[in-house]
Design a binder for this molecule. Structure first.
Ligand SMILES: [Fe+2]
Length: 263
């Protein structure tokens, strides 16, 4: 099974620039097209589909995502509008269905399950695990104890060392860790929000943040560093399940010299 993982496209209304510096509109379809060329069984999107949560940007998202020939699991980020997201993306025939009310949790079944957990707090940039998230997640995980599962959030429930984004991580992480400890089939914890690839450990499982298709956060690890972004190449992840092992590949988007003979 092959799962393409994109994050943080931050689509903006046509003719406007993301953070006044970048036209995100062409970068997302370029990334989607490159990801689709691998023939994924599923595309997952870990939030911040739009920058402003407006109807025009969601219409653009639907137009682009609707071209994919495979199912899509998408969760919102802190820049999304929960009801705007639900109303627009629910129209996509290939979207893994969203609930009619409340947080936008979603589950994609397959040889690897992906459980999308909406931890956004409307109007806030940080995320938070509440008792209701824990109950829902525990129930969903209990329904398929033997299926390898990735749990995906927007804000990571862990710090990265980049202080200015860690301030807006997902809080209540101990509650989440307790649930994951009860479910050994969870093989990855996935997040977006950081606009960089990071790899660490959470509740004893590999845990990562996906790169963005919008700008990257500057890698500034000094305490108190000034927040900044850099227009690095967009990138995405491919999660490849084969022979009982999940391997995560990092793929920058673009046309690069090659392929050259290697052996
Ligand atoms: Fe973002």
């Amino acid at each position: 099974m092959l799962i393409a993982h994109l994050s943080d496209p931050h689509l903006c209304p046509p003719g406007t620039l993301y953070q006044s510096v970048l036209d995100t509109t062409p970068r997302f379809p370029e990334a989607l097209a490159q990801a689709a060329s691998f023939g994924p069984d599923l595309v997952i999107l870990s939030g911040d589909v739009t920058e402003h949560g407006d109807a025009e940007s969601y219409a653009l998202a639907c137009e682009l995502l609707g071209k994919l020939p495979c199912p899509i699991l998408a969760i919102p980020g802190n820049h999304d509008d929960r009801e705007g997201f639900r109303a627009a993306l629910s129209q996509l025939p290939n979207l893994v269905s969203l609930p009619d009310t409340g947080p936008l949790h979603a589950v994609a079944e397959g040889s690897v399950r992906v459980v999308g957990l909406d931890v956004t707090v409307p109007g806030q940039h940080h995320g938070r695990i509440e008792a209701s998230h824990v109950d829902w997640l525990d129930r969903v995980l209990a329904a398929a104890r033997d299926t390898p599962t990735m749990v995906m959030l927007h804000q990571p429930p862990f710090t990265t060392g980049i202080g200015y984004i860690d301030d807006y991580r997902c809080f209540g992480e101990d509650l989440l860790a307790q649930v994951i400890h009860r479910h050994p089939q969870v093989i990855r914890v996935l997040a977006g929000h950081v606009h960089r690839f990071t790899l660490t450990e959470f509740a004893g499982r590999p845990a990562l943040t996906a790169p963005a298709t919008a700008t990257s956060l500057a890698l500034r690890l000094a305490p108190g560093a000034e927040p900044a972004s850099v227009t690095e190449p967009a990138a995405f992840l491919m999660h490849h399940w084969s022979g009982g092992r999940l391997t995560t590949h990092f793929q920058p988007v673009g046309d690069f010299p090659g392929p050259h003979p290697f052996f």
